[in-house]
Design a binder for this molecule. Structure first.
Ligand code: AHG
Ligand code: MN
Ligand code: MN
Ligand code: MN
Length: 336
């Protein structure tokens, strides 16, 4: 009964990472310890997010709860949880979070060799209406030759050792790449473990869905406007694409990864660098897309080749199925 064998052979995310680590004999398990602390943060946020609605329901609305404690916004709470988990792992030296203006420099003796860039709660405007939200993270190795400075984290996305996201939706799904493919794990609440449910995710070569905020159409540049026009009125007689836009990057990217298609957050006249942040939104999602056989483009270059100059820098991004991104690259190339 192969089915039986499968059910008892529980591949948890920790076992998966340990298997990966065994391929790097030089590693002393630091990465596994770091990842376990990220997983712990995701489990906490998953639990807090699922209760957020109830908090409103049982009158914890407004700024204080029944204990008179200041009611933390979920993205502030999530940020505190991840900062504390990452510092206490003893494996990090610089932390960059969307919620903190300045980077966190971990002091000895808790300082380690990894830098983590993360968006503790992405899509937070969607919390109250129950739309899926998520956490996005990327991991760099820091050269430990000196006292860490902010320059150590301003590295191109291609230097990332690992990247992933955790989506808090109908189930809690953690999608991770450590540089050799992409795997998806689903939280089994009864075990409190993330179980491998989506082994070796590959994005379809070409998709039938485009994902963009059409409300910004009047501000788009030529190539973006032309590309979206082609999605709606194909010139080669192929069927028009469907539009799916959730407004939560983790949810839009997860659908794109599994179903194929293209996700766009273009530059526009109002925001010439688009809206999404390079370090902890564009890079991790671009890393995952490339690892799954797709690609990611900024309008000027391969997204992972970008070198950020400050930690909250933004960039336009076009990511998803390889062939779909090729089409918009051709339109930008023609523009030059
Ligand atoms: P965050 O909630 O972390 O600030 O990120 C929100 C981002 C991203 O999740 C999503 O793709 C984008 O905002 C949607 O922006 P628009 O509402 O402008 O389309
Ligand atoms: Mn975000
Ligand atoms: Mn956020
Ligand atoms: Mn935000």
């Amino acid at each position: 009964h192969a089915g039986e064998a499968h059910r008892t052979d529980l591949m948890t995310i920790t076992r998966y990472v340990l298997n990966e680590q065994s391929k790097h004999p030089e590693s002393r398990g630091d990465f596994t310890i770091l990842l376990n602390h990220i997983v712990l943060g995701c489990k906490f946020v998953c639990s807090a997010v699922s209760k957020a609605g109830l908090a409103k329901l049982i009158g914890l609305a407004g700024d204080t709860n029944v204990q008179g404690e200041e009611q933390k916004k979920l993205d502030v709470l999530s940020n505190e949880v991840f900062i504390k988990a990452l510092v206490s792992s003893g494996r990090t030296c610089i932390l960059v979070s969307e919620e903190d203006e300045e980077a966190t420099f971990v002091q000895p003796p808790l300082r380690g060799k990894y830098s983590v860039v993360f968006d503790p709660l992405d899509g937070s405007s969607n919390i109250d209406c129950g739309v899926s939200i998520g956490t996005i993270f990327g991991i760099y190795m820091i050269k430990d030759a000196h006292e860490p400075t902010i320059e150590d984290v301003l590295q191109p996305g291609k230097n990332m050792l690992a990247a992933g996201y955790c989506m808090y939706g109908s189930s809690c799904t953690l999608v991770l790449s450590t540089g050799s493919g992409v795997n998806g794990f689903t939280l089994d609440p009864s075990l409190g473990e993330f179980i491998l449910t989506h082994p070796d995710i590959k994005i379809p070569q070409k998709g039938k869905i485009y994902s963009v905020n059409e409300g910004n159409a009047k501000n788009w540049d030529g190539p973006t406007a032309k590309y979206v026009e082609n999605c709606k009125f194909p010139i080669d007689g192929s069927p028009a694409k469907s539009l799916r836009y959730i407004g939560s990057m983790v949810a839009d990217v997860h659908r794109t990864l599994l179903y194929g298609g293209i996700f766009l957050y273009p530059a526009d006249k109002k925001s010439p660098n688009g809206k999404l942040r390079v370090l902890y939104e564009v890079f991790p999602m671009s890393f995952l897309m490339e690892q799954a056989g797709g690609q990611a483009f900024t309008g000027k270059q391969r997204a992972l080749d970008l070198i950020p100059t400050q930690i909250h820098e933004r960039s336009p991004v076009f990511l998803g199925s390889y062939d779909d991104v090729e089409e918009i690259k051709a339109l930008y190339a023609a523009e030059e």
